[in-house]
Write a protein that binds this ligand. Structure first.
Ligand code: C2E
Ligand code: CA
Ligand code: CA
Length: 830
């Protein structure tokens, strides 16, 4: 699967917004352009429709307007006619009245004459109109057209429809003073047709006349038609717009081309033109698409759309129209204009959107780069912090699981590693060895050279340990001077032993610490998987057990775990447990072993030896429990007990006033080195009223060698306090006779080993002699220990040994036995 790495994410943050903005803008642009194009298309269609509609409306309105004007004009005919003739009659009447009044004095006939002469010549309406005068009774007074009827009555005169014109007119005027009337006449030029005529008359009271006039309606109409057509002819609209008026028979009444007026449209031009004229004639209130015979200048095609309306009364076809060509041209113009506008809009849009896109994209690029950079910074800061945290965590983890001083893994890792080793070994059907290593006498290094030397030594040893380990092998510092190894996948005992040898080899060479050369050694306890256990805890504890045992047995030893040892250790544990409460339980006693003065065979002193009887363990040898007590610190309490009890018993049974029996007390090195030891000794001894000159303190040789600088002043103090200091087990340790002279010792106790071998080993024999010689030269008392035979006793006496001690003389005995046996005997000697 494709993983979204941080780098990809960064790139995404940096470029995605700009890309998206760009893409969206392009999309928007595309949509907008499409929209513009579609819109302008629609606009064009709309324009087309609109233009057409407008054009149609214009045409319709124009034609309707003209038709209305025509109708109005036509409707005006009668009223105009009436108005004209009334005005005329009023005029004539005024004239007649004025003439009458100015000639009142003259006779009627005379005045009549003056009036008729004046009115006879007056004409109007292009000469068509004239006045006539009748007496109400029908007598013709004046008639300019028919002067012959003047003087005769026209009472019975009828029009072509039989109306009594003069009779009716006179009656009406007589009653109303004036009035209109109509009659019908054939016209002189058109005898076969009757035409309506409208007249007006006014009563002229002085002579009982009525003055009247009349006019053919058709004549007035013709006048109006003429005026109307004149007006129409001058109408123009648009570039080529004019109004065409055809008479019902096709005669052209109005046209832009005045040459065509009067011609019949049905006879003009091509057949298509004639058909077009027919169409126009047949149409009413509708649009007609036809081929026009007339083409104005600038128009090449005759196709024309006109709106036609009929004037029903006059039978006119009134039409106005536009040439298709003109229409198309306008349309085209509009289209190209629209296209131009559209292109402009698109270009503007592109420019605008490009600028916007660039701006926005740049802005977002700039922004997102900023974000990305910040993100990067955060990331690096986070990763730095995280690394630091990880480091700290690792360090802490390392610290938690490693020893600070040596850098070796500590206990907590140990179990894990051993578990892993066990698993591997089990899989491979092999063994695993857990080796518990404890440095011998490490405490002394600390005490003698200081802790930093001890630390250095531990570090050096750790480095050497690590150096020989194979990858799956492992060593941990268990605590203090203890190390634990885990060796998995072992094949045989030989291989295991070779590992032991590797560990021991580390100690073969001395270590240089602070310029000093130090020798170190170790004791090793080994437990094996699967033989001894399959659990780290168990294996460690078993290795520990055997280590403990190995140390107890002999420092520098290696011991493999087995059940006997286990039992021993369990036993040791039991011993330790029991020992802790031995004093309270009153299980401890003191046995006294007498010492004889060799020369006199007299009782010289007694050595106090601790005895422990426990209900569970029975008698436990001091060899066993003393060393244990030395290890676990109980020795102080035991030692104190021994001094106290021995002084008390000896003081009680062999009081100072009666004898000077000496009392030898064993002092363990730890005890001796204890700070308050001398004070404790002093208070105990004085408590039991035993003088210090009767007390010998037995110390072992080892303590001298190891802690000479510290021990020397203590010995000096003890001596100054009056105690005798004896060197016990002499010859077993380093046997360096040389330092003897340097120490303020009073007594040497030759170890029983030499006494035992003295008679059989020349070495022992000469050693005994040498010790005696040195002692003599240093003025020291020599005590021979473990004298078991007469022969030994004899030789020792012969060599000049001072004091003899051993089974041959007496075994250690209880205080009661001692008192029983020796108080008398001693007293004997007294
Ligand atoms: P040690 O000081 O060398 O004591 C003499 C040991 O030799 C005693 O063993 C004694 O019973 C034994 N012994 C004496 N004569 C003979 C002999 O002829 N043949 C043989 N084979 N052994 C003989 P014990 O009482 O078992 O004491 C063992 C060690 O325990 C002592 O050795 C001494 O180092 C230590 N010890 C005993 N009591 C005390 C005590 O109160 N304080 C301290 N610090 N150590 C004590
Ligand atoms: Ca002793
Ligand atoms: Ca001894």
């Amino acid at each position: 699967m494709d993983v979204l790495t941080d780098k990809k994410l960064l790139n995404l943050i940096t470029y995605a917004p700009a890309t998206i903005v760009g893409a969206f803008t392009l999309l928007w642009l595309a949509l907008s352009v499409t929209d513009i194009v579609l819109n302008s298309k629609q606009e064009l269609i709309d324009f087309q429709n609109d233009y057409q509609q407008r054009q149609d409306t214009i045409l319709t309105k124009q034609v309707e307007y003209i038709a209305q004007q025509v109708k109005f004009a036509r409707e005006q005919t009668e009223s105009q006619l009436q108005e004209t003739i009334r005005d005329r009659i009023y005029e004539a009447h005024r004239i007649a009245t004025r003439l009458y009044e100015s000639n009142r004095n003259l006779p009627e006939e005379r005045v009549t004459r003056i009036i008729t002469d004046a009115l006879r010549v007056m004409s109007f309406n292009e000469g068509r109109g004239y006045f006539f005068i009748y007496k109400i009774n029908g007598l013709s007074v004046m008639h300019p057209l028919f002067p012959n009827v003047e003087g005769s009555s026209l009472w019975d005169y009828q029009d072509s429809r039989g109306n009594y014109i003069v009779q009716d007119m006179g009656a009406k005027v007589k009653v109303d003073g004036e009035g209109f009337y109509r009659w019908w006449f054939a016209k002189p030029e058109q005898q076969n047709e009757q035409f309506e005529k409208i007249g007006f008359g006014k009563y002229f009271a002085p002579y009982d006349w009525f003055i009247g006039t009349g006019e053919y309606v058709v004549d007035v109409e013709a006048d109006i038609k003429k005026t109307v057509l004149e007006w129409i002819r001058n109408l123009r609209f648009g570039q080529f717009g004019y109004v065409l008026v055809l008479d019902a028979d096709g005669t052209i009444l109005s046209h832009v081309d005045s040459n065509l007026i009067g011609k019949n449209a049905l006879e003009l031009g091509t057949q298509a033109n004639i058909d077009g004229a027919k169409q126009l004639l047949n149409a009413d209130n509708e649009f007609v698409r036809y081929s026009a015979s007339y083409k104005p200048e600038g128009v090449s095609e005759s196709a024309k759309i006109s709106y036609v309306m009929k004037e029903p009364s006059w039978g006119w076809s009134i039409s106005a129209g536009v040439y298709a060509e003109e229409y198309n041209r306008a349309l085209k113009e509009r289209q190209s204009k629209l296209e131009e506008e559209q292109n402009d809009a698109v270009v503007q849009m592109i420019i605008l959107s490009t600028i916007t896109t660039l701006f926005v994209a740049l802005c977002s690029l700039w922004l997102s780069r900023g974000i990305a950079q910040r993100f990067k910074r955060f990331q690096s800061r986070i990763s730095t912090n995280f690394n630091q945290l990880e480091d700290t965590k690792n360090k802490l983890e390392h610290l938690a699981r490693h020893d600070e001083l040596t850098g070796l893994p500590n206990r907590s890792l140990l179990h894990e590693q051993i578990s892993v080793g066990i698993c591997n070994s089990r899989l491979n059907d092999r063994q695993l060895a857990v080796m518990f290593v404890d440095l011998d006498d490490f405490k002394k290094v600390n005490d003698l050279y200081g802790h930093s030397a001890g630390d250095q030594l531990l570090s050096q040893i750790s480095k050497k340990f690590e150096a020989f380990l194979k990858p799956d092998e492992f060593v941990a510092r268990f605590g203090g001077d203890e190390f634990i190894f885990s060796f998995p996948n072992l094949d045989s005992l030989v291989e295991t032993e070779s590992k032991v040898e590797q560990i021991k080899a580390v100690f073969a060479q001395p270590f240089i610490v602070g310029g000093r050369t130090l020798h170190a050694s170790c004791s090793i306890g080994v437990s094996m998987f699967p033989t001894d256990g399959d659990d780290p805890e168990d294996l460690i504890s078993k290795a520990d057990i055997v280590l403990y045992k190995s140390k107890a047995r002999h420092k520098g030893d290696v011991l493999f775990f087995d059940n006997t040892i286990n039992q021993q250790v369990q036993h040791d544990f039991l011993v330790e447990r029991e020992l802790r409460r031995a004093i309270e339980h009153n299980e401890l006693t003191i046995a006294y072993q007498p010492q004889l003065e060799a020369k006199t065979d007299k009782l010289y002193g007694v050595e106090a030896l601790l005895r422990w009887h426990n209900p569970l363990l029975g008698h436990v040898s001091p060899l066993e429990f003393i060393s244990l007590a030395e290890e676990n610190g109980l020795i102080h309490r035991l030692g104190e007990f021994a001094i106290d009890r021995a002084c008390e018993e000896i003081g009680r049974l062999f009081p100072d006033s009666h004898n000077d029996l000496r009392l030898s007390i064993n002092i363990s090195p730890t005890q001796l080195m204890d700070n308050g030891f001398v004070e404790l000794l002093e208070s105990t001894v004085s408590k039991h009223q035993l003088p210090s000159r009767r007390i010998t303190l037995e110390i072992t040789e080892n303590v001298l060698i190891n802690d000479l600088p510290k021990v020397t002043p203590i010995i000096g103090r003890l001596k100054s306090l009056g105690y005798t200091v004896s060197l016990d087990d002499f010859g077993t340790g380093y046997s360096s006779l040389s330092y003897l002279s340097a120490l303020p010792l009073d007594e040497l106790k030759i170890d029983q080993i030499f006494i035992d071998k003295m008679l059989s080993s020349e070495h022992s024999d000469s050693l005994v002699k040498a010790i005696l010689a040195i002692a003599e030269s240093s003025d020291m008392t020599v005590v021979a220990e473990g004298v078991e035979t007469q022969a030994q006793k004899d030789v020792l006496i012969q060599y000049g040994c001072d004091v003899l001690q051993g089974y041959f003389i007496e075994r250690p005995i209880s205080i009661d036995q001692l008192a029983q046996k020796y108080s008398e005997k001693y007293l004997e000697f007294e």
